[in-house]
Design a protein around this ligand. Structure first.
Ligand code: MCN
Length: 781
């Protein structure tokens, strides 16, 4: 039986389930000191003075540092030289730009002493005008004397794709509508906040970091400190969730090594939850101004989108790229003849914004899926029918995206089939009838039905796709070594943060080599043992690294067959491979086990001519020709309390297409997690600031993360259109749920409220907003 496609249980779980995971904060090095930040309480201010006298004398304090103590250090890497004024120093230099901005570091014998001393550092600020939103930052630009968050840059707005005049196809369309969509700012909330342990010994630097791409960090740390790569080892042990926020470079990654070098002792930093909410980069925070032209059948003739991305107080390279992905994916699964996209990154006095599960694609699916529903509403058509009218058809692949037809080609898909399957699973037609009856009955909750036919760009791998974010390349590496006992060690260049890649990689390797699943050990996350890799982002582990593992496995198998043929005195073509070993076709009694063949691989006298000792060792650097474009159709049914406005998700049905599924259990788990985040964005989560840039939601008391009981049981379906861009036919699925879910939920809420004249509602659709939209009903249930 094939391992690929089997619902194998996770290799990683036994340790995690008994509390034997090893996270960064579990690492306790002898003599380690703890560092903590003194963070800005102002959103925008000039630093007048920093008084450390009282704190320096406090118990356990070893040192307190400001930017003046690190004058020799470069700025945090990533941004290109053209935007030099935006390069972020490792601590605030003269000016603070958001609440939470690190101003000073306190180093003490333990974390409690460090925290106490940080409270006793007094900073005098001279407040500057605060621009805490896209709108206020752009408004300041209209005034030549208005505030510039980076005076040397002289602008708060960084145009990436300039706005063009509306195309004739839009101006001449029989019908037009426009809408501004606000994609609410979210905080990632991984169970494990940011943590790092740095130990700079005479032999070199060792860094344990909770991070999604240890090689990326190693490469940047070595150029930052000007040391050779063999003197820097970065280890990402177990990582307790990342959701994209652990792909960015934060000041502590550079300061912990710098202080360790200064003091000659290991340094640990580990955020509290409240610090993480303020300082780990946020996600979304976009405004999308959409204009669409269409005809009476619902056919979209032209789409024009201007995306404004809030990049926060310190633009991050990943954050600067989010809107590019939104722009590319703005047409979704639809054959839209004319698409015009503009993009402006906007600097504000808020926490920097960067990758967050989906990173730019949930914003695109939200704007286009809401737009399609608004067209249906305008024309009085079934939203499903408008989707069928506009779908790209299954025979049109590779399909050049109208937003960038030279560079972006959808690989494969069957969007009408996904919607057919969704409608079947939902019982769509019966639901429409049920809705009419329920909504006419005041004793029942209002019913809404929402669809989302989403598309995303994943499998980041084609050359050039990651280099712009400072990565060495976009390839991925895999090495497989067969040990003399016939077991295999698979070393992967990507390292996961909760996805279960070890299990999926072992399935791929097991099938391709023929070795038993339990005899395959997967390693990752340590630059000493996997010397080169790129990392985990853009749902690429399976499509790029899994493909590398398959290719390396094929090489191993070919060489193993040659050895077995030699030992069995048969022709390689006659050798049959299984988990038990090697047999000669027609004479199954004559066999060699994997251990026999693997042992021979280390004994040159046993090997056929041309193969040397250690031959069962293969390294592959895998380049893929294109991204993969997972897609799907999601359906959401909500019931809305007619008195309180509370939205209850009654059913949530998913049809995913990630091409070949490696492990349905894990793939479904990924979708469940992503959908949970998407529902949460649609109904609960919103990181907000007041007009002074003070965060209003920086603890889990006021930033709403749903509990399991707030979420529905999902009904899962699937179609499979394998991708031609890798040998597995597999597309990414790690972000799909987060991309597809928000519009399905909001479409359902707006559908339920359509009787009140509601055309759109920005996320999150809180009970209060819904109650207001219903005209503030009174009464009781
Ligand atoms: N899989 C599969 N078949 C496929 C594709 C994937 O069975 N065709 C399964 C495999 O088990 C694989 C997993 O899904 O291990 C995810 O694979 P892939 O889609 O290649 O994504 P990555 O491993 O590259 O994960 C990245 C993606 C991203 S970018 C974020 S952010 C994210 C995520 O996945 N953050 C997560 N999933 C997360 N899951 C957890 N638990 N925690 C996070 O922080």
């Amino acid at each position: 039986m094939s391992l690929v496609g089997a619902a194998v249980k996770r290799k990683e779980d036994p340790n995690l389930l008994v509390g034997r995971g090893r996270f960064v904060d579990d690492i306790k090095l002898p003599g380690a000191l703890f560092m903590t930040f003194v963070r800005s309480t102002e959103a925008h201010a000039r630093i007048v003075s920093i008084d450390t006298n009282e704190a320096t004398a406090m118990p356990g304090v070893v040192g307190i540092y400001t930017i003046d103590d690190f004058a020799d250090l470069p700025t945090i890497p990533g941004l290109p030289p053209e935007v030099a004024p935006l390069h972020r120093p490792v601590l605030a230099k003269g000016t603070v730009r958001f609440v939470g901005d690190p101003v000073a570091v306190v180093v003490a014998e333990d974390r409690y002493q460090a925290a106490d001393a940080a409270e006793a550092v007094f900073i005098e600020y001279e407040p500057l005008p605060v621009l805490a939103s896209i709108d206020s930052s752009l408004a300041a630009m209209a005034d030549p004397e208005g505030t510039r968050i980076y005076p040397d840059l002289q602008t708060n707005a960084l145009p990436i794709f300039p706005e063009e005049p509306p195309a004739p196809e839009l101006l001449n369309a029989p019908m037009r509508l426009s809408q501004t969509f606000i994609n609410n700012r979210c905080s990632a909330v991984p169970i494990e906040p940011l943590a790092v342990v740095a130990d700079w010994a005479p032999s070199g630097l060792t860094v344990h970091a909770t991070f999604q791409a240890p090689h990326h960090l190693r490469n940047q740390l070595t150029s930052f400190f000007g040391i050779p790569q063999h003197e820097c080892r970065v280890i990402a042990p177990d990582v307790g969730g990342g959701f994209g926020s652990k792909i960015c470079f934060y000041p502590e990654f550079f300061l912990a090594p710098a202080i360790s070098r200064k003091l000659g002792r290991p340094i640990k930093a580990a955020q509290t939850r409240s610090e993480a909410m303020l300082h780990m980069h946020h996600g979304r925070a976009q405004r999308n101004d959409v204009e669409v032209g269409f005809d009476a059948s619902g056919k979209v003739l032209a789409l024009r989108v201007h995306t404004y991305q809030d990049v926060g107080g310190y633009p991050d390279p990943t954050g600067m790229g989010l809107g590019v992905l939104t722009s590319w994916m703005s047409c979704g699964v639809y054959a839209i003849p004319v698409a015009q996209t503009a993009l402006t990154n906007v600097i504000t006095n808020t926490t920097p914004v960067a990758a967050y599960r989906g990173a730019g694609r949930p914003e695109a699916s939200f704007l286009i899926e809401r737009t399609i529903d608004m067209i249906a509403d305008e024309l009085g058509l079934d939203p499903a029918a408008v989707r069928y009218t506009n779908f790209i058809q299954a025979d049109q692949f590779p399909y050049p995206a109208a937003t960038n037809p030279e560079a972006v080609f959808y690989d494969s898909g069957n969007y009408p089939a996904a919607l057919d399957e969704l409608k079947r699973m939902m019982g769509y037609d019966a639901l429409l009838a049920e809705q009419t009856a329920r909504n006419a009955d005041p004793s029942q909750p209002l019913m809404g039905i929402g669809l989302s036919c989403w598309l995303e760009i994943a499998g980041f791998g084609p050359n050039g796709s990651l280099e712009g974010f400072g990565h060495l390349g976009s390839w991925e590496s895999a090495q497989i070594r067969i040990q003399p006992d016939g077991t295999a060690i698979v070393s992967a260049g990507t390292s996961p943060h909760g996805q279960g890649n070890a299990t999926a990689f072992a399935q791929i390797a097991g099938d391709a080599m023929g070795i038993d699943f339990d005899s395959i050990h997967v390693r990752f996350g340590d630059t000493e043992t996997q010397q080169q890799g790129i990392g985990t982002m853009g749902s690429r582990a399976i499509a790029v690294c899994g493909d590398a593992i398959k290719k390396a496995s094929v090489q191993i198998r070919e060489r193993a067959v040659q050895i077995a043929a030699h030992l069995l005195e048969a022709a390689p073509e006659d050798i049959e491979v299984s988990a038990e070993g090697f047999a000669v076709r027609g004479t199954p009694a004559v066999t060699k086990s994997w251990a026999d063949v693997a042992t021979a691989a280390f004994q040159p006298l046993q090997l056929p001519e041309g193969l040397g000792a250690g031959t069962l060792d293969a390294t592959v650097f895998n380049e893929v020709p294109n991204f993969s474009f997972p897609s799907g159709a999601y359906g959401c049914i909500v019931g809305i309390d007619r008195v309180t406005g509370d939205v209850d998700i009654e059913r949530y049905v998913v049809v995913d297409d990630c091409g070949t599924v490696i492990n349905p259990l894990l793939a479904e788990g990924q979708v469940h997690g992503g959908v949970a985040q998407g529902i949460s964005q649609a109904l609960y989560e919103h990181f907000t600031y007041d007009e002074n840039g003070q965060p209003q939601t920086s603890t889990l008391v006021d930033y709403l993360v749903p509990a399991a009981s707030d979420l529905p049981a999902y009904e899962s379906g699937r179609i499979v259109t394998p991708t031609p861009v890798n040998s597995l036919g597999a597309k990414g699925i790690g972000e799909s749920g987060a991309v597809g879910a928000p519009p399905a939920v909001v479409n359902a809420v707006v559908d339920a409220l359509s009787g009140f004249g509601v055309r759109h509602m920005d996320m999150p659709c809180t009970p209060e907003k819904v109650w207001q939209a219903m005209g503030q009903p009174t009464g009781s249930n």
